[in-house]
Write a protein that binds this ligand. Sequence first.
Ligand code: SF4
Length: 686
Amino acid sequence: MSEKLTLIVCPYCGVGCRLYIKSVDGYPVGIEYATDLDGIPNEKGKLCPKANAVIEYLTSRDRLRKPLKAVEEGKFREISWKEAIKEVSERLLEIKKQYGPDAVMFFGSARTFNEPNYLIQKLARVYGTNNVDHCARLCHSATVAGLKAVFGAGAMTNTYRDIAMADCIIVWGHNYAETHPVGFRYVLKAKDRGAKLIVVDPRRTRTAWFADIHLQLYPGTDIALANAMIHVIIKENLYDKEFVAKRTVGFDDLVKTVEKYTPEYAEKITGVPASLIREAARMFARAEKGVITWCMGLTQHTCGTDNVRLLATLAAICGHVGREGTGCSPMRGQNNVQGACDLGVLPNVFPGYKSVTASENIEYFKKHWGVDYLSDKPGYTIIESSYAIEEGKVKAYYIMGENPVISDANSNHVVKALKKLEFLVVQDIFLTETAQFADIVLPAAALPENEGSLTNTERRVQWSFKAVEPPGEARPDWWIITEIAKAMGYEKQFPYTSVEEITLEIARVVPQYGGMTPERLKNNIAGIHWPCPSPDHPGTPILYKDKFLTPDGKAHLAAVEHRPPAEQPDDEYPFILTTVRVVGMYHTNTMTGRSPSLKKRWPEPYLEIHPDDAEKLGIKTGDKVKIITRRGEYVCKAKVTMTIKPGVVAVPWHWGANVLTNDALDPISKIPETKVCACKIIRLEG
Ligand code: SF4
């Protein structure tokens, strides 16, 4: 009997915790905490409930073991890999011949390694289209666009350790304690040192329990709140004058714009008492070291990009960026969403955030990839592509490791669109709700059955080692894409025989990853922060120490006006609905939903409703209620709670509540407004 411990990166969230998989004779039997490792994201090897249950999804009987071909919708027969690869490659080539390359949309996955993500966007581009996207579109595309506009790059500016060193932390639209529990330990470490915590959230979350100040705003009023805080900081001369003068542009416009945003004016919009707005503004501006961290409560709005621009502006005018213990820390949802963005799984940029419309970038990738043509037309984003199906412009989807039927806003529309496709390929580890509509299903190896690099939310690139064999005939994502590309005639562009060859190509092609060789990553267990341009470069934990990455090296402050969400409550739909997450469930529940221990503790969705609203509707905790919006209906139990504001209700989205949400888009980042819509509630039974 051979027992082995193998170090992996957690397959769940963007904190990127390390853990060991324990295997006996190649079969996974448990996990061990990485208590022996220094410098890893999870100090002392701490893990949250999801990672503790990793073995349960890995060994689930539901795992896909053979390629499948649909015989009718939702019914499949097993086929060989040879047949699957032939069918996929031939159908994609036929569609290209008949409709052109822009008739196909490719989906990368924030749940898999950098290497297959690099390959899926390369396949799309070699095929002739920029129609490639992934779920960053739904969570932090507003962060990427907003931070890029202000600082020049769309990524976290600092590390977890800077959060622990801060004197004041603002956690904005982010239930940190539940969504990134191990990351939240750095906030608690700062609190133990005496740091102040300001939480901005419509709900009194577990994170808000720890707050010195809780700003309980109405969903979708973040700009008014941030403008009022900036108003106070400027009026009371609390801003960092030297930093503003030397390192920013746009301050005069900012002063003019925030003039009218007195705390009293903002109170009318946000519902937050003016006195608390003043207190929070003073607390953050007076801190020696300040950090702002945020998540989807800030980004999933039609004004998501402007929300992010304003928080970056707030940090900048206080001089809270580019130093130890300061910075802007968007917390990425999935373990490799940062990497998928970095490697160009986006419709407007090649790897390394190089615009697809710039001729020098096209020439650069033509040379590196050995192709004569690359499209300079930005592709569809996820939500746009589902409307393009309706318009007859998109005919096929190739989805790697995504589940839009559960994850996308207005998901009834997504289902309607999927049914109209001529060809749908889904590559995944389970037969997801989306895979049910597929023509071909390709069984993929799960993260611990595979190896490669992943980039966590701090831009820290870590190597995850192969712990166990995949079940049945499941194969690594990089292998599947390589075989399909070869069958399509792209042997020259896809010559790979190992994952390391792809990592080396990334290092050659993507300047930020220039020094990230497989050997170096395997030896540096704590990982390396990009940018790391050469093998002798130590990596860059803190960005912008001397200058920003904008063309003039300055931070471009944002001056933006509050604008209301796309959908407002009215007589017919009187409540504001927002969506939330719970600590034990992850994303579309594809993995956590197959974990018996997690399901036992977090068995079902619920609607949070304030006692005043519940009384008016005759609702008690445990009653079955129907939530209705202009797009769909959803039934779950009620949870009457003081933690939510009157007039606002909340439901976790893991179980399919996106049938309710609004897919109105932020015009810049194209993120849908999942965090606010209007709804009505009906009590069904006691
Ligand atoms: S906090 Fe995130 S990365 Fe860490 S164990 Fe939990 S899910 Fe995994």
